[in-house]
Design a protein around this ligand. Structure first.
Ligand code: ATP
Length: 423
């Protein structure tokens, strides 16, 4: 291990002045209390990669909550989690998580570990990969010094993902998904030995609760290019652990790119991504994955709607279909389910009809309502809805445009009705 690499010049260059002030202040405060404090995890990795870190995690050899409360900065907002011995500090534009150094013992695969207060080296040993198991000292006497007991810096240089010990995936198989996510995001490679362990321990994913797997999937869906993670997971037979029917996802590469250019909000994009991921499933397979991951109700509704509509859109495979028929196939489906089907289909006629529906048809509204019809002499009962439907179809098909046009159509209908009665 290189003994005394100092990264303070990188810290100065890559961190905002605000963050730098904060790190110096907390380092000073900790030193005064006889505690050591470190920047850890992904932030150190990202600094070594020349990236600006997004999440700032600090570890203190001492008491994180007491330290957080004694930082001499004004306008800090501190949220404390007593049970975990952690604190979150919001100061100006920055958010920092502060934890007490700890070691972890896994009594059984997949369950959450037993935790005891510890020192930085043991805290780093509990981490997933060498690239995430480095720390930078913030103590005033050693500010910027890299602590790298597991060759993380060399793995960053060689661009590889490596676990710290051979039971890593057994202890916590969520690391299998994490390894694939980092590999694809950072354009690294899972190191050969780690890849063998990953393949050996794939079934350990069965020891993880659906909630924890969902959490990993949610993080993946927020990546810039989640399709890469899913394709690699498919290749490694990890994706099939979500649902045996979920294979052959290469097509997502094109479809996720299409989804990204649609100008959707972040939340909608994640929903559409998930809809595309499960698009090949049937209703029962979807129900199984929804139950396993315990997806929220709103998400579940969109996914069910998406798969239902998949079974119906073949009705749109006629280029000359009247607008009203397009409308009545798609009406009632959630917008994101319609959008997901639009992206999923490769049939031009269907695409055109769905686009027409989304941009125009669904906004076509009648000027007359049921009460207007009653006032005009249409008898109360099923005729009202039938006539409204007829009017709506005529309007969608451009047969009527104005309110007078709608009114004329109603009077025509009434006249024809009278004529039929007389016959
Ligand atoms: P990013 O946020 O860029 O994805 P990160 O490294 O900040 O990366 P987090 O999920 O916020 O990732 O986790 C913070 C740190 O906690 C990681 O760097 C890693 O050291 C550790 N960690 C997180 N999850 C695990 C896990 N399942 N097993 C071991 N260590 C973990």
């Amino acid at each position: 291990m290189p003994a005394n690499i100092n990264l303070s010049s990188r810290l100065l260059k890559q961190l905002s002045t605000e963050l730098e002030v904060f790190l110096h202040t907390i380092g000073e405060t900790a030193a005064r209390q006889g505690q050591n404090i470190y920047l850890v995890g992904g932030a150190v990795r990202d600094l070594l990669l020349g990236l600006s870190p997004i999440d700032i995690d600090l570890v203190v050899e001492g008491n994180a909550i007491a330290l957080a409360k004694s930082i001499p900065l004004s306008r800090m907002k501190i949220t404390v989690h007593q049970a975990f011995g952690t604190a979150n500090i919001k100061w100006n534009h920055i958010s920092i998580d502060l934890a007490t150094a700890r070691s972890e013992i896994y009594s059984q695969p997949g369950v959450l570990p037993e935790v005891t207060p510890s020192n930085i080296n043991r805290d780093l040993f509990r981490r997933d990969f060498s690239i995430n198991a480095m720390a930078i000292s913030l103590h005033r006497d050693s500010f910027g010094e890299l602590i790298d007991p597991y060759r993380g810096m060399s793995d960053v240089k060689n661009r590889c993902i490596r676990v710290l010990h051979e039971k890593s995936f057994v202890d916590d198989a969520t690391r299998i998904w994490r390894a694939i996510r980092y590999e694809q995001r950072l354009k690294f490679k899972i190191e050969t030995g780690t890849l063998q362990l990953l393949k050996r321990d794939i079934n350990m994913l069965d020891t993880i609760s659906g909630d924890r797997i969902r959490h990993e999937i949610e993080i993946i869906l927020k990546e810039k290019e989640p399709e890469k993670v899913f394709c690699r997971a498919d290749e490694l037979r990890v994706l099939a652990k979500l649902s045996p029917a979920l294979t052959g996802v290469e097509w997502l590469k094109e479809k996720y790119s299409e989804a990204r250019v649609m100008g959707l909000s972040d939340v909608s994009l994640v929903t559409v991504y998930l809809g595309l991921l499960v698009y090949s499933l049937n209703t029962n397979e979807l129900a199984a994955i929804v139950a396993y991951l315990r997806l929220k109700r709103t998400m579940t509704q969109v996914l069910k709607n998406t798969i239902d509509l998949k079974g119906k859109i073949c009705a749109l495979n006629t280029p000359s279909l009247p607008n009203s028929e397009v409308y009545f196939v798609l009406d009632g489906y959630l917008e994101l389910a319609v959008i997901t089907n639009l992206i999923a289909t490769d049939i031009t006629a269907i695409e055109k009809h769905i686009e027409n529906y989304l941009t125009k048809l669904r906004h076509v509204k009648l000027r007359l309502n049921g009460n207007d019809l009653k006032r005009m002499g249409v008898p109360q009962g099923p005729d009202i809805n039938r006539l409204l439907h007829l009017l709506h179809a005529a309007k969608l098909n451009g047969k009527v445009i104005t309110k007078q046009g709608e009114t004329r159509l109603v009077y025509n209908w009434l006249r024809e009705r009278e004529a039929k009665k007389k016959q």
